[in-house]
Write a protein that binds this ligand. Structure first.
Ligand code: GRF
Length: 207
């Protein structure tokens, strides 16, 4: 299999991006991170990309009349960089249908809960972990999935659970889950890069 070109979309610090870059450098992924795009000019994730000589772009949503146009600017960047796989690594914007359809089963998202629990609109950042605690759930975890037209509804590639400790706070849970996110995101990208991920309907088979 030829190596894949990875494009990353993010809005924040980019520790997930860092774990992907590290995995590429450790030859765990058959490909490279070609470009990182953010809707936030000061996202530290852009800085991380630049430190590794990866192309990094800020795309200003306010400059566009619609979400469709905003997403077209992003698509243009991915086309120019010949991106095969898009990773949403803490990206807090809704993708346009056009982008989702163009990259069907080629967009991977990481979410800090066991989907279909604690996901969907409004579930991001510490809110996810606070909701887990408020509910009294005994386990939580992380999910890597493909993106479809819904919010957190696409085919699931990998999930990993952890136990919720009675002394956990939203902050301690976030820290524990983030570790798992890094692990399963890298694993999913690695499997994909070696052609081992097959999607049939809403089910994902690891070959
Ligand atoms: C992660 O919890 C991810 O699951 C969520 O946003 C956070 C991003 O963290 N979607 P980082 O920017 O990769 O450190």
């Amino acid at each position: 299999m030829s190596p894949i070109n990875i494009g990353v979309l993010l809005s924040g610090g980019g520790t997930n991006l860092q774990s992907v870059i590290d995995a590429v450098n450790a030859d765990k992924i058959n490909g490279e991170v070609k470009v990182v795009v953010s809707n936030r000019e000061n996202a530290y994730g852009l800085e991380r990309a630049r430190k590794h000589n990866i192309a990094a772009f800020y795309v200003d949503k306010k400059k566009h009349e619609s979400n469709i146009e905003f997403n077209r600017e992003i698509m243009k960047i991915f086309e120019d960089q010949e991106v095969d796989l898009i990773i949403l690594a803490g990206y807090l914007q809704i993708l346009s249908k056009e982008l989702v359809n163009k990259y069907k089963n080629k967009i991977i998202n990481i979410h800090p809960s066991l989907i279909p629990s604690f996901c969907g609109k409004g579930f991001y950042g510490l809110r996810v972990h606070q909701a887990v605690l408020d509910y009294g759930a005994k386990v939580t975890g992380a999910t890597v999935q493909f993106i479809d037209e819904g919010t957190d509804t696409g085919p699931i590639i990998i999930q990993k659970p952890i136990e919720v400790d009675e002394y956990d706070t939203a902050e301690t849970l976030q820290k524990k889950v983030l570790k798992i996110e890094h692990e399963i995101l890298v694993k999913a990208i690695s499997l994909y890069s070696y052609g081992m991920v097959e999607v049939r309907g809403r089910k994902v088979y690891i070959k």
